[in-house]
Write a protein that binds this ligand. Structure first.
Ligand code: PDD
Length: 287
């Protein structure tokens, strides 16, 4: 049995999964999503992801497609049927199917799709090289705290990063301060070893990896600040890294044309990657 997708109540072969042409997700990007890491067959920080799903849905006044406990059962079944060990679970909820009209339909039923994808954590060579990022103006709407499927500015920025030979784009607000990456949160470490990341106001997505890492840092006594940092600060930082469900904690070794520190992943970044991964895979099976 190959990959399976869950589409509105049915499990279907992944390549045969289909949604209606008048699904509002397709026509208006009227929907939200979650990407949940899966380790050893179990979703990581599942409740935090489901809390954020509920937050995004309620911000757009879309109902939960099913009760949380049922949603968990279905997602575990997606993981099981796909024999997923380590990878990502994707869930998307849209407002549903209705004749094309901007205002909310009266009777649409939220549409739910889930898929699972096996992924390979980066090898030693990739981790030692770290990622380069390019900086781009943040042209997104003013509610990136909602995990909306409307990701065009994010896709444009990522594509520009790839075309510039980089791995991610860091988005910069009107005041020259970094908001976050196109699909990751952005962090720097100052020369006096303070870890800085933007506070979770409406200009960024409050990453689950970000939140869990902040808790770890708090518990382990790291010194950190949640505040915006400027591009100049990023350029003179001693370390930089990014976080997300698909990257965990990933060193950033170049910002635009400048090396960060000596151009190698910093010691604090490496320690934080270890500590984050140990929070869900304490057996050392993931590096
Ligand atoms: N991206 N910021 C943005 C804009 C994101 O899209 C993401 C997640 C993050 C990190 O959030 P988390 O730690 O909860 O994954 C920050 C997912 C992985 C994606 O779009 O594929």
């Amino acid at each position: 049995m190959g990959r399976l997708a869950y589409v509105n109540g049915r499990f279907v072969p992944h390549r045969k999964g289909q949604v209606h042409i008048e699904d509002r997700g397709y026509q208006f990007a009227d929907g939200v999503y979650e990407v949940v890491p899966v380790a050893d067959g179990h979703p990581v920080d599942e409740n935090l992801h489901l809390d954020r799903l509920e937050y995004s849905l309620s911000a757009l006044r879309i109902a939960m497609p099913m009760r949380r406990e049922v949603l968990k059962l279905v997602s575990h079944e997606v993981i099981r049927r796909n024999k997923l060990t380590n990878g990502l679970l994707y869930m998307q909820v849209t407002r549903g199917v209705a004749h094309r009209d901007h205002k909310f339909p009266k009777h649409a039923k939220p549409a739910l799709v889930m898929t699972a994808k096996q992924t390979k954590p980066p090898g030693a060579a990739e981790l030692n090289a770290g990622l380069g990022v390019v900086t781009r103006p943040d042209i997104r709407w003013k509610r990136p705290d909602i995990k909306s499927i409307s990701l065009l500015p994010n896709c444009l920025a990522k594509q520009e990063a790839v075309e510039a030979g980089a791995g991610e784009a860091w988005l910069v607000d009107e005041a020259g301060r970094v908001t976050e990456g196109s699909s990751t949160n952005a962090w720097i470490v100052t020369k006096d070893k303070r870890v800085i990341t933007r506070e979770a106001e409406r200009r960024i997505l409050n990453g689950i990896t970000r939140r869990v890492l902040l808790n770890i840092m708090q518990a382990e006594g790291y010194s950190f600040e949640e505040r915006p940092f400027t591009l100049e600060e990023a350029e003179s930082a001693s370390e930089a890294f990014l976080t997300s469900s698909s990257n965990f904690v990933m060193p950033v070794t170049k910002i635009d044309r400048r090396m960060v520190g000596n151009g190698e992943p910093g010691p604090l970044t490496q320690a934080l990657r270890k500590a984050y991964i140990a929070s869900f895979a304490p057996d050392g099976s993931i590096q």
